[in-house]
Design a protein around this ligand. Structure first.
Ligand code: GLN
Length: 197
């Protein structure tokens, strides 16, 4: 498997290291031609405004959107989740816009805009997942075909729609490989097969 990590801005190296720890080849992606031959793409956290601008400047926005609508697996964390959402209530830039969710950026308020907490993510099995939230978005609405994988205070913070996966927190800043392994299972089809039984 060969996984691309969008390398325009943000926590790129951390995702590459996570995937390497799972014996998976991960390569940084900066150009549309580099999308060829990939099995999946990770969109890291960072600043969604900046990443959106660079996606447009580097002519990556439409090719990424086209791939997503054809069933290509994409995992977005934090700003990456913002970029995958069909609707972002407080962003006036174009996004990839492929997941049936509405999000609000920087939604946890100034006092607590960065925090860490233990999360229950049933699809990852037993054992809390350490959630690192850094000026994280909130998922305000969830539409058809979106599975909520994890909630915090009654709000979804991790979701899946087919092979599109998004979370408001940063698994790549932990040592817990379970979220990335879950994504790789989605890429190979193992997760879908499991959920059908
Ligand atoms: N606040 C950032 C944004 O809206 C996301 C922060 C992050 O990715 N850690 O783009």
């Amino acid at each position: 498997m060969r996984i691309g990590v969008l390398a325009l801005q943000g926590a790129v190296t951390e995702h590459i290291q996570m995937l390497a720890a799972l014996d998976t080849e991960a390569v940084p992606i900066r150009l549309p031609s580099e999308l060829k031959g990939l099995d999946a793409l990770v969109i890291p956290g960072g600043e969604s405004t900046t990443i959106s601008k660079l996606l447009t400047d580097y002519q990556l926005l439409q090719p990424t959107r086209d791939l997503a609508t054809q069933g290509f697996p994409i995992f977005g964390t934090c700003a990456g989740l913002v970029l995958l959402a069909k609707k972002v209530s407080n962003l006036d830039r174009e996004v990839i816009g492929v997941m049936n969710i509405e999000v609000k950026r920087n939604a946890f308020g100034r006092q607590v805009d960065s925090f860490e907490t233990e999360l229950n993510v049933p699809v990852l099995g037993n054992g809390a997942f350490h959630g690192i939230f850094i000026r994280a978005p909130i998922i305000q609405k969830v539409g058809p075909n979106v599975e909520i994988l994890c909630q915090l205070n009654g709000k979804p913070v991790a979701v899946r729609q087919g092979k599109l996966l998004g979370c408001a927190f940063h698994p790549e800043l932990t040592l817990d490989l379970r979220f990335h392994r879950y994504f790789l299972d989605l890429v190979t089809g193992d997760t879908v097969a499991k959920s059908n039984h």
